[in-house]
Design a protein around this ligand. Structure first.
Ligand SMILES: Nc1ncnc2c1ncn2[C@@H]1O[C@H](COP(=O)(O)OP(=O)(O)OP(=O)(O)O)[C@@H](O)[C@H]1O
Length: 473
């Protein structure tokens, strides 16, 4: 059961318990690994929307497809017995022994553990091994964590019996070796990158993602964006995935210039994209002029071109797995490049196999189709669906998820409008001059890409051709 399926009455009770004494902040910062900035943002946004901060936190975290069992494990680590008790009805009974362990260590009432205000338990240690079931069920740490817009901070539920971070030099050597084999990408020294970014100056901070911060810099007279990876278990996966993908070069794929290992943090170095992300351009915070229809069409066309390239790799398609405006970066001419391949994976091998069954869903919920969320069926059609949501967002200016809408998910809302025979041409971004024919055509394409049966979605090549024709109009 996913967090977003939490029954409202349990959710409400959980919010009451965790709002108390600001326990939610501890959960967010110490266990879900949100940064201090994220926690402040959650507090602000919850206040702005007039809802409980715990509710907002669970919404953000839940959008990353975390399960209730994962939350249960984090609450166990926090030793918050009352909150765990609220969840016993919705987690598998194999997890109940965690609660029993705490209760046994603290007296049946959990008096020494969190009782909604009491002090921290002193008996059970954080190193108590968690049930092996966590591994059996494929509940692992997502390879990324994130701020509020990106992938969400993942719970460290994968390796309760090991330390969360292995920074031994043997580990670095192992990955260094893999990286050298998969790519001829230059290795850079940490010192070089420190100088390139003016000692990680705040002035050069471009943004924050789930893995760490991204800084602008200049390296060998090249504009670069340096992703400084926070030290966590996902780091190695992110490095290896990104490096493997760097074997594929395409105009619409963000090039990786180099990497650095062995310094205080691992770093990935990319081409600097002076136009920022599509997310930033669709919802500018600085009052910048909105992108025109022509620019939006060209951007979508470029992304479709990049995706069809990935999907038509010889042997097996490469599925990006996290297509969303934050991962579409724009150069100074607004040419888009798909970035963030931390979740990319090879699809089924051979023409006769169409999909993979995976043990765990990663990605950002508003952009994921039901067959993936509910049945863990992964195929290139997942990217097609996500791309359809991006087209809908880009045409209407509406966010992919909005709790105040009749249907919070934009894809569902779009299908509902269509079923109610609304004129799709009138749903354009209000900051743009009306262009009913183009808006209608784009939203029809978005509807096609987000068809519930994955077989009904078009291949990216067709999507590209359609967009190309529209962009030429
Ligand atoms: N090559 C780049 N050029 C310019 N800005 C970049 C570049 N790469 C990333 N950024 C900026 O840094 C921000 C953080 O990027 P990052 O890839 O770490 O996270 P994200 O994609 O926003 O979130 P997540 O990785 O959690 O999905 C981006 O939103 C973007 O604004």
């Amino acid at each position: 059961m996913y967090i977003y399926e939490l029954p409202p009455e349990i959710n409400k009770e959980l919010c009451r318990l965790l709002d108390n004494f600001d326990y939610w902040e501890e959960l967010a910062g110490n266990y879900m690994m949100y940064t201090a900035m994220d926690v402040i943002e959650i507090k602000e946004k919850a206040r702005h929307q007039g809802i409980s901060p715990t509710e907002y936190l669970l919404e953000c975290w839940g959008q990353k497809n975390h399960r209730i069992e994962e939350l249960f494990v984090l609450l166990y680590r926090m030793k918050h017995i009352p909150a765990m008790r609220r969840l016993t009805g919705v987690v598998h009974e194999r997890f109940h022994r965690l609660l029993h362990k705490l209760e046994a260590g603290n007296g049946q009432d959990g008096n020494n553990a969190r009782t909604g205000g009491a002090q921290r338990a002193t008996t059970s240690s954080d190193s108590v091994p968690l049930p092996v079931i966590l591994f059996d069920q494929g509940i692992r740490q997502a390879p990324s964590s994130s701020g509020l817009n990106g992938r969400s901070p993942s719970a460290d539920t994968s390796s309760a019996t090991s330390t969360s971070t292995d920074t031994s030099s043997a580990q670095y050597d192992k990955y260094d070796e893999i990286l050298r084999k998969v790519s001829a990408i230059p290795k850079m020294s940490y010192e070089e990158l420190r100088l390139a970014t003016d000692d990680w100056s705040e002035r050069n901070l471009l943004g924050r993602g789930g893995f760490g911060q991204v800084y602008k810099g200049e390296w060998k007279l090249l504009g670069v964006a340096v992703k400084r990876l926070r030290d966590n278990e996902g780091r190695d996966q992110e490095l290896v995935r990104e490096m493997c993908l760097n074997q594929y070069r395409h105009d619409n794929i963000l090039p990786l210039y180099g990497y650095s290992l062995g310094g205080p943090e691992a770093c990935l170095v990319y081409q600097l994209m002076a136009g920022g992300s599509l997310e930033q351009r669709l919802r500018p915070k600085d009052g910048a002029a909105p992108l025109s229809w022509a620019q939006r069409c060209r951007i979508m066309c470029g992304v479709a071109r990049g995706l069809q390239f990935l999907h038509t790799m010889t042997g097996s398609a490469l599925i990006h797995g996290d297509i969303k405006p934050a991962n579409i970066l724009l150069d100074q001419c607004l040419e888009p490049k798909i970035g963030d391949f931390g979740l990319a994976r090879k699809g089924p091998y051979g023409d006769e196999r169409t999909h993979l069954k995976v043990s765990r869903v990663y990605g950002t919920r508003p952009y994921l189709p039901d067959e993936y969320l509910q049945s863990c069926v992964l195929s290139p059609a997942v990217d097609v669906y996500s791309f359809g949501v991006v087209v809908a967002e880009t045409s209407t200016g509406l966010p992919a998820w909005d709790r105040s809408r009749a249907r919070p998910l934009l894809a569902h809302q779009l299908h509902a409008w269509h079923a109610a025979r609304h004129d799709l041409g009138a749903l354009h971004d209000p900051r743009l001059p009306p262009h009913p024919a183009l808006c209608r055509a784009l939203l029809e394409l978005a509807l096609h890409c987000t068809q519930p049966p994955r077989e009904a979605r078009p291949p990216m090549l067709l999507v590209y051709r359609r967009l190309h024709a529209l962009a030429a109009c």
